[in-house]
Design a protein around this ligand. Structure first.
Ligand code: HPA
Length: 245
């Protein structure tokens, strides 16, 4: 069974034929909302809106631990995260869909592990490959079948937000090797790994990151929303295929 975590621009999944919702409580508090169960092309899918169904939870306040715990508590093994990003690499123009293969974490103050001492022994997870290679491969294959162009690979830089970056911060991210910047990729990916979930991200470029390309002027959030709305149609098309693989 597959879970889809929807990000900004995807508070609902229109192609999902909803059967029911389930409120899950976890030892880590409340998830962003009830889990929405339904079918896409006859395959059961569980959907969760990362920022809440009314898009009210900012990136630094998302209860990532509760969200992933809730998903694994209903026996899910595969998670596809949809996340909007700013493009830093030259070919990551607004409207591009990319499947990152690496992460650099710049977030702070978030609850980033299930192994936080107390009653659990110290545990180090291997995070060399932050995303599940098989789930990435399936996403690439689904995009091919759907006839949607996606880019394979790239470094996702997770910033704290909720403000966007300065131009100098984006220059630093670029020097670090970051290709795209978003605010929700961590600790989500690491927590998924701790739970043994197969997790991969479909990143949607909403805007050029601060100070890049045409953003000699400021980032226009209204433009970014328009881009997301259009691009999510393509993302849904890919998701409709990935459930069949
Ligand atoms: N920076 C950080 N997160 C984002 C951006 C950005 O430019 N665009 C969409 N999410």
């Amino acid at each position: 069974m597959l879970a889809i975590i929807g990000g900004t621009g995807m508070a609902q999944l229109e192609c999902l034929e909803i059967s029911h919702q389930k409120v899950v409580t976890t030892p880590y508090g409340e998830p962003s909302g009830p889990l929405t169960f339904g079918k896409i092309r006859n395959n059961t899918v569980v959907f969760l809106a990362r920022h809440g169904y009314g898009h009210t939870i900012p990136p630094h306040e998302v209860n990532y631990r509760a969200n992933l715990w809730a998903l694994q508590s209903v026996n899910l093994t595969r998670v596809i995260a949809v996340a909007s990003v700013g493009g830093i690499r030259a070919d990551l123009a607004p409207g591009t869909v990319v499947i990152p293969d690496q992460i650099i974490d710049y977030t702070y103050g978030r609850k980033y592990t299930y192994y936080d001492g107390k009653d659990r022994s110290v545990t180090y997870i291997d995070f060399t490959e932050p995303y599940c290679p098989l789930t990435r491969k399936r996403l690439l294959e689904a995009a091919g079948r759907a006839g949607e162009k996606v880019l394979d690979g790239g470094v996702y830089g997770a910033t704290q937000g909720p403000r966007l970056e300065t131009a100098a911060e984006v220059n630093r991210l670029e020097r670090d090797g970051v290709d795209m910047v978003g605010m929700t990729g961590m600790p989500e990916a690491a927590l998924a790994k701790e739970l043994g979930l197969c997790y991969a991200t479909l990143a949607v470029v909403a805007n050029y990151a601060a100070g890049r390309k045409s953003s000699a002027h400021l980032i226009r959030l209204d433009e970014a929303h328009g881009v997301l709305e259009k691009t999510m149609v393509r993302v849904r098309n890919i998701l409709e295929w990935v459930v069949t693989l």
